[in-house]
Design a protein around this ligand. Structure first.
Ligand code: ATP
Length: 790
């Protein structure tokens, strides 16, 4: 082991290995799928590199994956998985297998470490890759010979070796020399309890289930067959040479053991005189490489012949997802530009953790574009899917593109330009089908992708119409409605879609809002929007089927069945305004001084509440105000922010006795300067301020100064109780004794053990009641003493 170098694992790798081993024991089958998937990636990489650098193909003729299982004499076992892919240099072995390149790994690992669900979903979603080997192996040895290239004209075979419990790994030159020709050989020294993986049947089942359709490269298994042969057969023949398959053609089929020739024995035959001496038979083991995936890849098969389980297994193996997909769509087509293709699209059951973290960044990584079964690229360049759909997993296999098409020439290919449209169209069809036929699945889709559709409707103008149809909202009348269903339920004359938005509030909370009390009481439906994206959706989409959205917290609300004409309504409004003029003027001064609102008007939306603060058409609702104040927008557009923030109106309810009472009191105030009752004015001002602050809170805004607000409430309460408003509260407290850093001596502390054992861990105490002179009162039952004390 020439030039052996010891390397410490990057700390994240050590953590990942530990989590994998601890949390995925019951899923340890996955190791084979992960390693075959890596082998497939290495072969695909080799093929792509060979387009520009044909030299990489030297060393080994075939591109394939082989698996062999060996039981050693001491009972231990090894599985060896070999591919003739791109291989790794010593540096690549160190970097690829000793570090984790994924971003956000540390944070992810912390969450996975504290995940006690035990189902491994979290870690499974991360993609385990190579480290899953340690689920079944005590020691893993990776020998690799990088493909020959202009940069590396004389590659050498190196070994990576590491034990499952070791914090370091070794890299050294392979003492066997360049035995591989090209590629990577992974030897798993199986754990004592992983012997089942040595069984041919187990391996065949696992490959069939998880990997047979996911790679276009052949996978061979070394099989062993016991055959009875005559004893005198020359010695060299029985044990077939262990030769790796050299062709990709399916090697000789397994001989069917049931195929036994049965001689017809009905005819009595006289025993021969001289019985020919049967040669003595002895068992010999023959080894044979058998291809396990001779079927065409799944996406090329007729959908009628593919079972759901096969679709699920293919998805899980190809996209390394622990969870089953929610739905899929398998179709073929003709692009119109002369390219016929087959495609399979999947909807995963979960969105990637990072999806909402970078709302504007879209990376499509799960589209596998193949040409005649051969993987070409995942990079659609500028034709990538929009953000809203970039989670969809797709395999597309085009029949009529040249095989040596490179990533670069592909970018300008007409088919690629059409691909995005094809995928989005089919995805939307699939979603529509689920919406119509499968309510249970549709509920799951809504739960995971509900917000994605809103984002899509904002982002993807071309598909906006279809995406809006997928969006659902809660209302004051039902848990979920589409905009179409909303319109079906609109009332005669109603020409607005009513909504109330308040970020972070539940539909239930919103349904109690002052802004919808009249609508609700009258039987109108109001969309209740608690998600920050909802209002963004509404402001972008603006109208549906020509009917505009109306924020019920803003001015401009029309029921559409107003009995009075606009003029009559105006006249009534004016009459009420006239009646309430003294109060309105008085309040206007107050709210302007406080900066709480721009004006005071008579409300036609309030039923039981006395007043509310309503945003003007140009103002911010409480929701937008919250959204903006939590972002940087207010710093960048300070003037706009200050302006819009002030565009609020205090609406008062003319039917509220409180408002009427207030009007009455204001009217009674002497107006002449010399007769003014300053005390009564101050008192009313205080009431008004509390009223306005209450309206702010009730309408979802923050009060300007909450401390001041509570002091005012305090004063009003005192007044109503007849307590002196100026009487000070005794705020003196006993100061703490001087500093004393000395720790108490042991003797002063209660003996904790004794304390706990005496009461079996329960706290018990004795109560001594004392009279007003400090004397102990005797003979009072303990229960009563406790009661009295309480
Ligand atoms: N058989 C192989 N041949 C060549 N390189 C390999 C092979 N197996 C692993 N690698 C290299 O090691 C890297 C790490 O592998 P690992 O399986 O841990 O993660 P991954 O395949 O990149 O990600 P994931 O499995 O989560 O999709 C790979 O990206 C690849 O570069």
């Amino acid at each position: 082991q020439d030039g052996k170098e010891k390397h410490a694992y990057q700390s994240d790798v050590a953590r990942l290995r530990k989590i994998v081993i601890n949390s995925l024991y019951s899923h340890r089958d996955v190791f084979l799928r992960e390693l075959i998937s890596n082998a497939n990636d290495a072969l695909e990489k080799l093929r792509l590199t060979s387009l520009t650098e044909p030299d990489v193909l030297t060393g080994a003729e075939q591109m394939n994956i082989t698996i062999q299982a060996t039981r050693d004499e001491d009972g231990s076992g090894r599985i060896i998985i070999t591919d003739t892919g791109i291989g790794m240099t010593a540096d690549e072995l160190t970097n690829n297998l000793g570090t984790l390149a994924k971003s956000g790994t540390s944070e992810f690992l912390s969450r996975a470490e504290s995940d006690t669900s035990g189902n491994g979903n979290l870690i499974g979603a991360f993609g385990l890759g190579f480290y899953s080997s340690f689920l079944v192996a005590d020691r893993v040895q990776v020998a690799s010979l990088a493909a020959k290239s202009s940069k590396n004209p004389d590659p050498k075979q190196y070994v990576f070796s590491s034990g499952a419990d070791e914090n370091s790994f070794d890299i050294f030159t392979d003492p066997r020399g360049n035995t591989l020709g090209r590629g990577t050989e992974i030897t798993l020294f199986l754990k004592g309890d992983a012997g089942e993986y040595l069984e041919e049947k187990t391996i065949k089942d696992l490959v069939n289930k998880h990997s047979s359709f996911s790679t276009a490269f052949p996978i061979y298994l070394l099989t062993h067959r016991v055959e009875m042969v005559p004893k005198e057969v020359p010695e060299e023949e029985p044990v077939a040479e262990e030769e790796k398959p050299e062709t990709t053609e399916t090697p000789k089929e397994d001989i069917d053991e049931d195929e036994v020739v049965v001689e017809d024995v009905t005819e009595e035959v006289e025993p021969k005189e001289e019985k020919r001496k049967e040669p003595e038979l002895v068992p010999v083991t023959r080894e044979e490489w058998v291809q396990m995936n001779s079927q065409p890849p799944l996406w090329m098969r007729d959908p009628k012949t593919v079972t759901d389980e096969e679709y699920e297994n293919f998805y899980q193996a190809t996209y390394k997802d622990f969870n089953k997909p929610l739905a899929w769509y398998h179709f073929s087509g003709d692009s119109g530009s002369g390219v016929s293709f087959r495609a399979l699209i999947y909807i995963p059951s979960q969105l990637d953790d990072s999806y909402w973290q970078n709302p504007l960044q879209s990376v499509t990584k799960d589209i596998r574009l193949m040409v005649k079964r051969v993987f070409i690229t995942s990079d659609l360049g500028e034709d990538a899917l929009p953000k809203w759909a970039n989670w969809v997993k797709v395999v597309v296999d085009a029949e009529d593109l040249p095989l040596n098409v490179s990533r670069e020439t592909l970018q300008s290919n007409a088919f690629l330009k059409q691909l995005r449209g094809i995928i989005l169209k089919r995805l939307l069809q699939l979603l529509n089908r689920i919406m119509e036929d499968d309510p249970e699945k549709w509920a799951k889709i809504q739960e995971t992708y509900g917000n994605v559709f809103k984002l899509g409707a904002v982002e993807d103008l071309k598909n906006r119409e279809k995406l809006v149809q997928l969006v659902r909202f809660a209302t004051n009348q039902r848990n979920s409605t589409s905009l179409d269903e909303y319109l079906e339920n609109k009332k005669q004359g109603q020409n607005q879609i009513f909504y109330l938005a308040d970020m972070g509030k539940s539909a239930e909370e919103l349904s109690k809002s002052v802004f919808i009390e009249k609508l609700h009481a009258r039987g109108y439906e109001v969309l209740l929007l608690g998600d920050p994206l909802d209002e963004v959706f509404i402001t972008n989409v603006r109208r549906w089927k020509k009917i505009g959205f109306q924020d019920v917290a803003k001015a401009g609300l029309k029921f559409g069945d107003e009995e009075m004409t606009a003029e009559e309504e105006k006249a009534e409004q004016e009459a009420l305004t006239e009646k309430y003029k003294p109060l309105i003027e008085w309040l206007r001064k107050e709210v302007r001084e406080k900066g709480a609102a721009r004006d005071v008007i008579i409300s036609n939306r309030l039923v039981a509440s006395s007043c509310a603060i309503v945003a003007d058409e140009h103002g911010y609702t409480a929701n937008l105000e919250k959204l903006i104040s939590s972002s940087h927008a207010q710093v960048n557009h300070k003037h706009m922010w200050d302006f819009a923030k002030k565009q609020k109106v205090l609406e008062i309810n003319p039917r509220s006795p409180l408002i009427e009472g207030l009007l009455h009191r204001i009217e009674q105030l002497p107006v002449e300067e010399e007769e003014r009752d300053i005390e009564a004015e101050d008192e009313l001002r205080e009431v008004a301020t509390v009223l306005v602050d209450g309206a702010l809170v009730r309408s979802g805004f923050a009060v300007t100064d909450s401390n001041e607000f509570f002091m005012r409430v305090d004063r009003i309460l005192r007044r109503s109780l007849g307590v002196s408003e100026t009487a000070p509260t005794d705020t003196t407290v006993k100061p703490a004794p001087p500093v004393d850093p000395e720790l108490p001596a042991d003797a002063d502390l209660p003996d904790v053990d004794e304390f706990i054992s005496s009461g079996h861990g329960k706290v018990s105490w004795e109560v001594e009641e004392i009279d007003e002179f400090g004397n102990v009162v005797k003979d009072v039952p303990v229960e009563q003493k406790r009661h009295d004390e309480l």
